[in-house]
Ligand binder design. Structure first.
Ligand SMILES: Nc1ncnc2c1ncn2[C@@H]1O[C@H](COP(=O)(O)OP(=O)(O)O)[C@@H](O)[C@H]1O
Ligand SMILES: [Mg+2]
Length: 392
């Protein structure tokens, strides 16, 4: 069928044609937005999970929910390096101005709003994040200490009356939150905590790798009371079926049951793979009916794409000893697995393991769901590694 009409959308943060299996998360955030409208506070939401399960797409959906309720929304994405950290702050500053401008739209320019904008100007000047060209009001005496935490808190405090007037909230939406620099992370958590105590609706809504909840807990012991942690995982059987079949049905294309089953088995409910195999099946189908032959062709094309993309991009980043670590992970009965299990495989010495584990986590190839164990960040990796080794 015409590839230019192909609805599937494999890629990072790309909207799927059907957002399947996420009703509970969308409803939880809806409730938070509804409570805000009644000036009631709730814990915020943190989404965590493997890469490719749909966290970014879900976070974006939540941001749209908040924006349509008139929230002042800012979105930033963590970056691991030091220049990355500076870029994130710059974006935070810029976005605050843009978001504040949007927030003001359609609302009366009251004294409360004017004061908030004055503090916003001093905040950006003090942190050197944005020049005056974006400023709407002259700086005032607030948010000028140059210390992120103090200034952010004053900024949020000064926005509180304006938020109250419109029963809305500030939402800072952070993707790849595990990569936010420590100082900014501490400031955001502290400010959300204090804001909560003062009844000010300031929410950090985050998405990140499975290590995120424990990172937040280590950063601030009260983090677990600030947030509701929601694991975003592969889709269950019914949702996976919807995600794969609905985009065809919506366009009057039928999928044969055996073809659908094959595509579902191969994608194991993993949203990114659903998009990959769905896209390939569409392209492999000559008419308005997806037969098993098209599905088989699609699986081949889809795997080829995965083998060109997400698997080698991880494997090639690993050093020789790190590869031994990954091979050991392919030999234990299942992951997550412990260091003791890896040592028992016999490829590496026990005392080599902690350093290798750390560097592989830094490279985003594995993660540690708790302090003891490790797992791959994408499913299907062991199969690729075994194939790779059998070809070598
Ligand atoms: N609920 C869903 N149903 C179907 N496809 C989805 C769903 N969520 C995400 N996807 C698809 O999965 C891929 C990865 O989504 P993304 O949000 O980037 O994942 P993550 O941020 O967890 O790495 C994208 O191609 C997206 O279209
Ligand atoms: Mg993402």
């Amino acid at each position: 069928m015409y590839p230019e009409l192909n609805p599937f959308n494999p890629g990072s943060g790309l909207e799927p044609p059907t957002l399947a299996g996420r009703d509970a998360e969308v409803a939880a955030f809806d409730l938070l937005v509804a409570r805000t409208r009644h000036q009631r506070l709730s814990p915020s939401i943190i989404l965590y999970g493997y890469r490719g399960v749909g966290k970014t797409v879900l976070l974006n959906a939540m941001r749209r929910q908040a924006a349509s309720a008139g929230w002042l929304c800012i979105d930033i994405e963590g970056q691991p390096s030091e220049p990355g950290a500076a870029a994130v702050r710059n974006r935070l500053g810029r976005h605050l101005h843009v978001a504040a401008d949007k927030f003001k739209n359609g609302k009366p320019y009251t004294a409360a709003v004017r004061r908030a904008f004055g503090t916003l100007t001093s905040f950006s000047l003090s942190l050197g994040v944005v020049g005056l060209e974006l400023a709407r009001e002259q700086p005032n005496a607030r948010a000028q200490s140059g210390r992120l935490e103090v200034d952010l808190e004053e900024l949020v405090e000064d926005f509180a009356p304006a938020l109250k007037e419109s029963s809305s909230a500030i939402g800072v939406f952070i993707d790849e939150m595990q990569d936010i620099d420590q100082e900014l992370l501490e400031a955001l958590l502290t400010v959300q905590n204090r804001a909560g105590q003062e009844g000010i609706p300031f929410y950090v809504v985050g998405a990140g790798l499975p290590s995120l909840p424990s990172l937040l807990g280590r950063t601030r012991s009260y983090a677990e009371r600030l947030f509701e942690y929601r694991q975003v995982d592969a889709l269950d059987a019914e949702a996976a079926r919807t995600a794969l079949e609905r985009p065809f049905l919506d366009r009057n294309v039928m999928v044969a049951p055996d073809a659908l089953n094959l595509l579902l088995t191969e994608s194991s409910g993993y949203p990114y793979y659903i998009q990959i195999f769905g896209q390939a099946a569409w392209n492999a189908t000559p008419d308005k009916f997806v037969h098993i032959e098209s599905a088989q062709k699609a699986v081949e094309v889809g795997y080829h794409r995965l083998e060109q993309g997400i698997f080698p991009s991880r494997w090639d980043r690993a050093q020789p000893e790190e590869k031994e670590f990954l091979r050991s992970m392919c030999e234990v009965p299942e992951t997550p697995c412990s260091m003791a299990q890896l040592a028992a495989v016999g490829k590496l010495e026990q005392d080599q393991l902690p350093a290798l584990k750390r560097s592989l986590i830094e490279k985003g190839i594995i993660y540690s769901p708790d302090l003891e164990t490790v797992a791959f960040t994408v499913p299907g990796m062991p199969r690729f590694i075994r194939r790779q080794d059998s070809l070598a």
